[in-house]
Design a protein around this ligand. Structure first.
Ligand SMILES: [Zn+2]
Ligand SMILES: [Zn+2]
Length: 165
């Protein structure tokens, strides 16, 4: 079935999370304004730094601190490209942690949509104080429905190779 906008962007956030590199949590974030994707992010190490998957997590106070979280990476990617996220919506697989909640607010995000919770976070109270709308939605169907066989004008590529890392 054709997904609605919120379900569609939450699915994109789920897809982004597939690139995450910390085995303790796979999180994705998509920043959207006027139904236009401005930026995406997932929790991963800094450019050029080792991955949790390869070197193990770097745990401080029961949190892995090796990665930037999805929300910070999405905001950072927008900043690198000179894209304002002011007034935008952040679709996140999980409730943001306190630090990410504050970064989203500071960047001008006005609405946050999630489908799962996160422990130890003051996100909800910070969002409330700053007038950021927080919406909890059902987790989208984990299937991505793309069936090449259903479309008569499409043919699978015959010798598609790997996709790299
Ligand atoms: Zn980790
Ligand atoms: Zn976070």
């Amino acid at each position: 079935m054709r997904p609605g906008w919120d379900e569609y962007f939450l699915k994109l956030a789920m897809l982004a999370s597939e690139r995450a590199t910390c085995p303790r949590m796979h999180c994705g974030c998509v920043i959207v304004k006027d139904r236009y994707v401005l930026s995406t992010g997932y929790n991963g190490s800094l450019p050029g730094a080792p991955h949790c998957e390869d070197e193990g997590c770097l745990v401080v106070d029961n949190h892995c601190v090796r990665t930037n979280h999805a929300e910070i990476n999405a905001i950072s990617q927008a900043a690198r490209h000179g894209v304002s996220v002011n007034g935008a919506t952040a679709y996140v697989t999980n409730m943001p942690c306190t630090t990410c909640a504050k970064a989203l607010i500071a960047a001008g995000i006005v609405r946050v949509v999630v489908f799962s919770e996160y422990h130890d976070t003051l996100a909800e109270s910070f969002f409330g104080e700053s007038g950021v709308t927080l919406e909890r939605r059902p987790m989208p169907d984990r299937q991505i429905c793309y069936d090449l066989g259903s479309y008569s004008s499409a043919r699978p590529c015959s010798d598609a190779g790997g996709s790299g890392s």
